[in-house]
Design a protein around this ligand. Structure first.
Ligand code: NAD
Length: 547
């Protein structure tokens, strides 16, 4: 990767560079051009110019472009996974399985469904006065979309967001994290090679002030932001300036609840993988586990065994399960959370410190017990390889503990009992609840992603995600040819009489009153007939007669 930006499918080099660093070795991965304010504005202009081209492109051509992108991504899969491993630090097999394979699944789904996911649909009428009209919902793209993405899934998150935006008919400016810019530029290269029309996807690496200038650029119609809560709030405030459409996918503090009837082997393996994969730097990591007191001992014992087996090392080496943290700043947060828990009485069963003899941001997978909600590791997002575990007594207490959080991204329940699973799913405050698994739904393109409370606003992925990125337009039609409508001018005693009787007819309780009202309407038959078809009233008879 040569670190040049992508605007209108052209590779652009600038005089200012940043260095992308390998968090395992602290060696440079490569240099990347940084876009000036003018260049960022040019990227927005490019997306604006390309909008009509992309919006009206035949879905069959879009399908062909997506298919080519899928094939190119598959061909360049190893290159992508190596780059992710080098820039972010996740082991090569994990980068391949989670980021590249996950992205390919989504690319395949959206590719196959170009022109199908946002089909116009008939809207029926409930109000009898409108029975003769037709109504439909249409989905129209909003225009250039600014995607601001984090470093923790530098390939998967931009790809999924790009696919949603493009499928909605929008064009894109991608502004990736400056910690993982090369991976994002590879994404741009793949789409350019697939023949996406120039300007439909532009990738600009820039500093925060320039990113903010793009948010308030009138050319941007929608912002898709993934990142921390603090930045999300700032982005929301900036979007309020032009009332720009915004979706916010922010932090998480996902709970796992292990019931006494759970398959403990599966639950323990699930806990260890989901807490430590990606070095714990997933918004949907298991950040706290609650286990039923009856099975706490065997569950903990197995978790400890498995956590000790997690092999930490260079992400490009064979036989490594966990690489380093991606940034020095994130490593510091994790250390602070462990220190805070220790100081307040938590016991560390596994890990707790840095990995000796390595230059990078390595920290051990860490299991903590004797924790409570007075500790930062149970309430704030740690975003690192820690697994604090608490016991609970009874289902109600498990729900209360899980819901005692500012976040609400996903939650999981581990049980063999479908009925209990449904009970928990109903009560957990989260955007998604999964049973006997955790976090996989991010890479299921037909599911949704997103959360409640401080986790953000809106949903991404799947058909509901697309609804966030379009103008859902109602189109109503009336070709009956009547010269007026019942409720139009003139306002007179006749209209008042009609409305008083109609209110009794449709919404009153007594049958006798309804019959009287219906009989009274006969004097208004002319106005009714002149303004709406009498058939509307006939069709509404069952509703009128209902008490
Ligand atoms: P961050 O908020 O620091 O940065 C996210 C992106 O925003 C980066 O590209 C950053 O450069 C940019 N940015 C920062 N300040 C900005 C500003 N004022 N204007 C415009 N852009 C700005 O987050 P991060 O550390 O990169 O990512 C980790 C966070 O992301 C965690 O909190 C994690 O939970 C969250 N996350 C959430 C999801 C989700 O789907 N809910 C997914 C992945 C990560």
């Amino acid at each position: 990767m040569d670190g040049r930006l992508i605007i209108r499918n052209e590779r652009v080099e600038t005089g200012t560079k940043i260095v992308s660093e390998n968090p395992a070795t602290l060696a440079p991965v490569g240099e990347v051009s940084v876009a000036s304010r003018e260049l960022c504005a040019e990227a927005v202009r490019a997306a604006k110019d390309a909008f009509p081209v992309w919006r009206w492109l035949d879905p069959r051509e879009k399908r062909a472009i997506f298919k080519r992108a899928e094939n190119i991504m598959a061909r360049r899969a190893s290159e992508a996974a190596r780059l992710i491993a080098m820039e972010k630090g996740s082991p090569y097999p994990e980068s391949l399985a989670v980021e590249v394979f996950g992205a390919l699944q989504s690319l395949n789904y959206y590719g196959q469904n170009q022109g199908r996911l946002l089909r116009s649909g008939r809207a029926g009428h409930h109000a009898p006065l409108f029975f003769h009209k037709s109504g439909a919902f249409h989905f129209h793209p909003l225009g250039p979309t600014l995607i601001i993405s984090p470093w923790n899934f530098p390939f998967l998150i931009p790809v999924c967001d790009i696919l949603s935006a493009l499928t909605a008919g929008n064009t894109v400016v991608l502004r990736p994290s400056t910690s993982t810019p090369l991976t994002a530029l590879l994404v741009g290269e793949i789409f350019a090679e697939a023949g996406l029309p120039p300007g439909v996807l532009n990738v600009v690496v820039c500093r925060v002030p320039e990113a903010e200038a793009m948010i308030v650029d009138r050319g941007i119609q929608s912002v898709m932001f993934t990142g921390s809560v603090g930045t999300g709030r700032r982005i929301a405030r900036l979007c309020s300036e032009n009332l720009t459409n915004v979706t916010l996918e922010l932090g998480g503090k996902d709970p796992m609840i292990v019931l006494e009837d759970a398959d403990l082997e599966r639950a323990a393996r699930g806990a260890v993988w989901t807490a430590f994969m990606n070095c714990g730097q997933s918004c949907g990591s298991i950040e706290r586990a609650y286990v039923a007191r009856e099975v706490a001992e065997p569950f903990l014992a197995r978790v400890v065994e498995l956590a000790r087996e997690v092999r930490v090392g260079d992400p490009l080496d064979d036989g490594v399960d966990m690489g380093p943290m991606a940034t020095a700043g994130q490593l510091k947060v994790v250390e602070e959370h462990i220190a805070d828990a220790r100081a307040k009485g938590a016991k560390i069963l596994v890990g707790g410190g840095r990995v000796d003899g390595r230059p990078g941001y390595f920290i051990e997978p860490t299991v903590l017990v004797d924790v409570d909600h007075g500790m930062r590791c149970m309430t704030e997002e740690t975003f690192g390889p820690t697994l604090p575990i608490m016991t609970f007594d009874g289902d109600e207490q498990a729900v209360a503990l899980a819901n005692d959080s500012d976040y609400g991204l996903t939650a999981s329940v581990w049980t063999r009992d479908k009925r209990r699973a449904a009970w928990f799913a109903e009560r957990l405050e989260a955007g998604s609840v999964t049973i006997n698994d955790h976090m996989y739904s991010f890479v299921e393109p037909r599911a949704i992603w997103g959360g409640i409370k401080q986790t953000g606003m809106g949903r991404s992925h799947g058909p509901f995600g697309l609804h966030e990125l379009v103008n859902i337009k109602y189109v109503g039609m009336d070709f009956l040819g009547k010269k007026s409508q019942t409720w139009w001018f003139p306002y007179d005693r006749s209209l008042s009489g009609i409305m008083e009787k109609a209110i009794t007819l449709f919404h009153g309780a007594g049958r006798a009153d309804k019959l009287r009202a219906a009989w009274g309407l006969k004097s208004e038959i002319r106005r009714l007939n002149d303004t709406s078809p009498l058939l509307n009233y006939v069709l509404a008879l069952p509703r009128m007669l209902k008490k």
